[in-house]
Ligand binder design. Sequence first.
Ligand code: ADP
Length: 366
Amino acid sequence: MSKPKIIFVDDEEYNLEAFQAYFRREYEIYTFTSADEALLFLNFNKIEIIISDEKMAGTTGIEFLERVSKIFPDSIRVLITAYADLQLLESAINRGQIYKFLHKPWDWEKLKLVIENCEAAFNYKNELKIQNEALTKANFELNKFVYSVSHDLRSPLTSILGLIEITKSTPDLKVASNYFELIEEKVIKLDGYIKRLLDYFRNDRSELKHSKINFTSIIEETWLLLSEGSKKINFNTEVIEDDQFFGDPVRLEIIFENLISNAIKYQNPSIKNQEIFVKIRVDHNKCTIAVTDNGIGIDQSYADKVFELFFRANANKNDAGSGLGLYIVKDTVERMNGEIKLFSEPMKGSTFYIELPNRKLMKITA
Ligand code: ADP
């Protein structure tokens, strides 16, 4: 784990050196004799704890901490001063929103305790922020899910009920069997939708589990599972492994299943040589995956949008998908600390690029 970072601002060089010497083992310390220099540094670096002396040439510690509190409200701030009175204290709390206040000259043990408290306060604040963000995301997804479930689950059910009604009053078995086929189509679609929902929750709830990955067999099995009726598509793979790859096999299956099924679904019906090419390269640190098709493609301006929840370019068409697949893929890739990008051109094709870290050196699952 990296050390917590501290900025210490004081115009007396001797204090900075002493502080640096005392805390250098436990913390990553940056010292400045001027508030402006510290602010400049803060613009490019995230620092957890900011400690400032009150009396400085050209500005005061309170002024400096007030500016820091506006630009970096998450930081934990401490003011040190030799001249404490009530008015100063009031300003430090109200303007600088300081967490602690210390007398100068300070007692080293006391200062150490204050810094430990600052660290705990920062971690607590940070944890709360992460939980809040997760809650906002979950709430947003829930709202969208409610809408989608009411539409995507109910509308095929309503059509199935309608078809059953018609079938009941159809004496001709041949005609009835056409209706059964339509019912079957709707049920398959519904099943696919429910499977994707389950994939989403599986990815969201379950821990990452890493093991040695056999890319060739995952891809072959996925293609076998999905290629029924797509035999005319030319399917090619290339797996170059300079090292073994360790990752989460269940999540990799989710990724390949969604990308390959899209590559099949979005083929260009008007061309003869329909193609899908899956290319994988593994090295010591990572694997890169490219899934390419020469299908209908999509305008590059949608390259980020396609990963949004329930985005589908042909939402109004009868055969529109669920808009869940790529959202799940992106979520899964990010959970594995990877990245995904789309490069596409209408009527030429699409390539999805994924980069995932190799977990070979990790002893425990994260
Ligand atoms: P779905 O396919 O169920 O609509 P996805 O989340 O898998 O949902 O995909 C979102 C949208 O991205 C699709 O509706 C489609 O417009 C576009 N898309 C995905 N994959 C491809 C592809 N291989 N080629 C062209 N467009 C694609």
